[in-house]
Ligand binder design. Structure first.
Ligand code: NAD
Length: 249
């Protein structure tokens, strides 16, 4: 199916690489006008934008730190000016600062909470302005398998990814009457820069535990996001789709 999202405006946070990039490309291939948010690499964001344009899609880049309120406000104003009001929001931007709990620095806790939770809060709250008026919206939050299973060394990160699920359910309850659907995707182990730094031993240990015996690809997650962004999932809200090769059931 093609063009399921024709003329919809979609914002993907942290879209210059990894899962966010794959989501941005997939949304554009379905006809959405894509706002590519990024925090640091102009070159990488521009490359995603150019790829979309070369394929006759519409995209613009917007630099903003999702955890900084003024930057989020300026980003949304600029998106509204250039592309229109946001119909689809994908809260994808996320960071890890792994450490054993005994050694975890307060700053490692604070920064992960700030980007992963406050970032999703600020973007969701701002996106509602337009969605409430339109009585339509799709919000898709990127959680993680570790929000459900826990993970040694990821006390901070797993707290945010479980928190994303609570936020998803609360928002779904609050916004259903306005035609706004809120769902989450919980990826397992996906091959991106976030997981590239893990040693071969750690990767092999994960592989042992994955019944489908392969690591996931960013495109696997993008396909689930397309489903949640499209009318195919209109009777679904407050849910989490798990894509983890069977690692957690
Ligand atoms: P990544 O590190 O490759 O990409 C994350 C992106 O977020 C980067 O482009 C980064 O610049 C951006 N970002 C970071 N802080 C930001 C901020 N303050 N404002 C705006 N953008 C910011 O990671 P990824 O693997 O593509 O992860 C994407 C999402 O998927 C994250 O939420 C992550 O937690 C989640 N996830 C990833 C995996 C995995 O195995 N890779 C598994 C489960 C969940």
């Amino acid at each position: 199916m093609e063009n399921m999202l024709k003329d919809k405006v979609a914002l993907v946070t942290g879209a210059s690489r990894g899962i966010g990039k794959a989501i941005a490309l997939s949304l554009a291939s379905q006809g959405a006008k894509v706002a590519i948010n990024y925090s640091s690499s102009d070159a990488a964001a521009l490359e995603v934008c150019e790829t979309i344009r070369k394929n006759d899609g519409t995209a613009e880049i917007f630099k903003a730190q999702v955890n900084v309120e003024e930057e989020v406000e300026a980003m949304f104003s600029s998106i509204e000016e250039k592309l229109g009001s946001v119909d689809i929001l994908v809260n994808n931007a996320g960071i890890t600062k792994d450490n054993l709990l005994m050694r975890m620095k307060t700053q490692e806790w604070d920064s992960v909470i700030d980007v992963n939770l406050k970032g999703a809060f600020l973007c969701t709250r701002r996106a509602l302005k337009g969605m409430m008026k339109a009585r339509y919206g799709k919000i898709i939050n990127i959680s993680s398998v570790v929000g459900f299973s826990g993970n040694a060394g990821q006390f901070n990160y797993s707290a945010t990814k479980a928190g994303i699920v609570g936020m998803t359910k609360s928002a779904a309850l609050e916004l259903a009457s306005r035609g706004i659907r809120v769902n989450a995707v919980a990826p397992g182990f996906i091959e991106t820069d976030m997981t590239a730094s893990l040693t071969d031993d750690v990767k092999a240990a994960y592989m042992e535990k994955i019944p489908l015996k392969s690591l996931g690809k960013a495109e696997d997650i993008a396909q689930a996001v397309i489903y949640l962004a499209s009318p195919m999932s209109d009777y679904m809200t407050g849910q989490t789709l798990h894509l983890n090769g069977g690692l957690y059931m």
